[in-house]
Design a protein around this ligand. Structure first.
Ligand SMILES: [Zn+2]
Length: 241
């Protein structure tokens, strides 16, 4: 089956790749729930990762994200991240990378044009619509930092529960899925929107790479049960074309 999939990859003109939490877990990134250890054990992540929680207690939520940023800074992209980045370098414009992960590991591995559907935990944005006074180069230090004029707060640039996905990234991901010859779905259960929608819309072959069963197995042309860090280098290495 691996050889067959390698053949599909070799002949695909447009490849869309969607990655999820399993990919990050292989690098040792704590998953959303794993992260709640020590100081944070008594909190429910679903009640921290919301706009309501941030407005109710900005320092608490800011500090929680700071602890996640620290944890992520300590891990490295794995061989799966690197295989995707290498493929993009060898085949410019051929592979569009869509991720549900916020850890920035694809970017650190060297991938370009990453469509981060759930944002990037390393970046901040404004809590409320920025006014003329709100300037990123002139924020007042604090927990969290804020606009020194109007007090508008900085927040992690991730998509919280109840928030819409960034429209530009989502549109580009939908476009890539709709026009690909091959879609690789890596490390995601396929339950979380929009993974399911993107894969079901893909007109070409759909290949699942995951250690366990997914909701998308039934629509896939191939299901490969293996860690991404092990399998992606085999699938993507020096594909002739
Ligand atoms: Zn302001």
């Amino acid at each position: 089956m691996n050889d067959e999939v390698r053949g599909w990859i070799g002949s695909a003109r447009r490849i869309a790749v969607l990655t999820g939490a399993g990919m990050s877990a292989e690098s040792g990134v704590p998953t959303f729930r794993d992260a709640l250890t020590g100081l944070w054990a008594k909190f429910d992540p679903a009640q921290l990762a919301t706009e309501e929680a941030f407005r109710a207690n900005p320092a608490l939520v800011w500090n929680w994200y700071a602890s996640r940023r620290e944890a992520i800074a300590k891990v490295e992209p794995n061989a799966g991240h690197r295989a995707l980045a290498d493929f993009q370098q060898r085949h410019p414009g051929r592979l569009t990378l869509v991720t549900q992960n916020v850890d920035g590991l694809h970017q650190r591995a060297g991938s370009t044009g990453v469509l981060a559907l759930h944002g990037n935990i390393a970046a901040d944005s404004w809590l409320d619509l920025p006014r003329n006074c709100c300037r990123e180069d002139d924020v007042q230090a604090g927990t969290p930092p804020s606009c020194s004029v109007c007090g508008n707060l900085r927040r992690p640039a991730v998509v919280w529960f109840g928030e819409a996905l960034p429209p530009a990234a989502l549109g580009a991901a939908q476009n890539a899925a709709a026009h690909c010859d091959l879609m690789l779905v890596v490390g995601t259960s396929g339950v979380v929107y929009p993974a399911a929608g993107l894969a079901r819309r893909a007109p070409g072959k759909v290949v699942i790479v995951n250690t366990g069963p997914t909701d998308l197995d039934e629509v896939a042309d191939a299901v490969l049960r293996a860690p991404a860090a092990q399998l992606l280098p085999q699938l993507l290495a020096a594909t002739a074309r």
